[in-house]
Write a protein that binds this ligand. Structure first.
Ligand code: NDP
Ligand code: X2W
Length: 313
């Protein structure tokens, strides 16, 4: 029997992408509310309690409210917002993060999708911290660029609009308050002593991400080689269909578009043994592995289906 999936926020950027991925599914029946009802608390309460699975594609406050509207123990929730990323009682929905993480997701009633920025950071750094190649109190710096759909409907309108509010920029940096909302999530799930110094930017491309961590290898206590970092990542993700580790030395150019339009993430370790410098790079799609693809992957895992069903690997 198919399971019902109610997407709350189905008219938004992430919600539309999830609908696209589930529309041809044999395992799930998609439920959405029409335009007149999609913000009606009564209609939402009914849909939230009727569904086997709920995927919240809402701003944080609306996501918190949606959870309070659920009063039956049967409905299982995946929250794409940042409302519950470090909350007690929620399983972190990044199945590749730790051994056993996928099993925790499979059995959970409440799963929080990771943020798009934390996805790249955590998949690059967590295996290196776990292996002791990077100390847990190392002062990490993480930066990169996101496609503008990462800011949802409002940012899409600003980049694509033709009114006074149109932002004509090709590339802009932000987060200068050094207090981005993803910092607690990055610190907690990387299991590091303090959050990374985070340098985000947004580029004039609809979708895609390119994010990076630089490491001075000679300064690290264990002075790891580039090859040691590369092999730690390969070991960590050998069984993971959506995580590719490619040869960093061959990367003459890495583009923000490299994995746009897919649900995978590509990791690379580049570097120079003589100068003792390494560059860890992740490319993925903010709406793929960064949001909708990750939500569908978690849904598949929770429902006991093939984790990559309906996804572009
Ligand atoms: N875009 C991305 O790349 C990523 C997004 N996310 C997260 O996913 C969530 C959704 O983001 P995104 O799709 O980009 O955002 P959008 O702004 O594109 O969409 C949000 C949708 O939620 C609707 N909405 C707002 N309040 C309510 C409410 N009270 N009841 C019902 N619907 C409501 C909005 O309605 P209306 O159309 O009327 O505005 C809109 O359709 C956010 O929490 C975001 O942070 C996470 C990772 C990446
Ligand atoms: C380009 C851009 O503005 N991106 C957003 C992150 C989008 C995202 O990941 O949303 P969540 O916070 O729900 O994870 C930002 O940096 O705040």
């Amino acid at each position: 029997m198919t399971k019902t999936v109610f997407v709350d926020g189905a008219a938004g950027t992430t919600g539309l992408e999830i609908r696209q991925r589930l529309s041809a599914s044999d395992a799930f029946t998609l439920v959405t509310l029409d335009e007149a009802q999609r913000k009606d608390a009564g209609a939402r309460r009914e849909a939230l309690n009727d569904a086997d699975f709920v995927i919240l594609c809402l701003p944080d406050d609306a996501a918190r409210e949606a959870v309070t509207l659920i009063d039956n123990p049967r409905t299982r929730v995946i929250d794409a917002s940042s409302a519950h990323r470090v909350a007690e009682g929620w399983v972190y929905g990044l199945p590749e993060l730790e051994p056993g993480q996928q099993d925790q997701i499979a059995g959970a009633a409440r799963v929080t999708n990771p943020g798009c920025w934390p996805t790249g950071f955590l998949l690059l750094i967590r295996p290196l911290v776990r292996a002791g190649l990077v100390p847990h109190d190392w002062p990490l710096v993480y930066g990169g660029a996101s496609g503008y759909s990462g800011g949802g409907k409002a940012m899409i309108a600003a980049f694509e609009g033709d009114g006074e509010d149109k932002d004509p920029t090709a590339y802009r940096a932000y987060g200068f308050g050094m207090a981005h909302k993803h910092l607690p999530e990055m610190q907690k799930h990387a299991r590091i002593a303090s959050p990374p110094l985070f340098l985000p930017a947004v580029a004039r491309t609809y979708r895609g991400m390119l994010s990076e961590i630089g490491l001075p290898l000679h300064a690290l206590p264990r002075k790891p080689s580039v090859a040691a970092l590369d092999s730690a990542l390969r070991d960590a993700y050998r069984e993971c269909a959506l995580v590719r580790v490619t040869e960093g030395a061959e990367a003459a150019l890495v583009r923000i578009e490299d994995d746009a339009g897919t649900d995978r993430i590509t990791l690379r370790v580049s570097g120079n043994g003589e100068t003792g410098q390494a560059r860890l790079t992740a490319t993925y799609d903010n709406l793929g592995k960064g949001a909708a693809g990750a939500a569908v992957q978690n849904l598949n895992i929770m429902a006991g289906s093939d984790p990559v069903s309906g996804l572009t690997v």
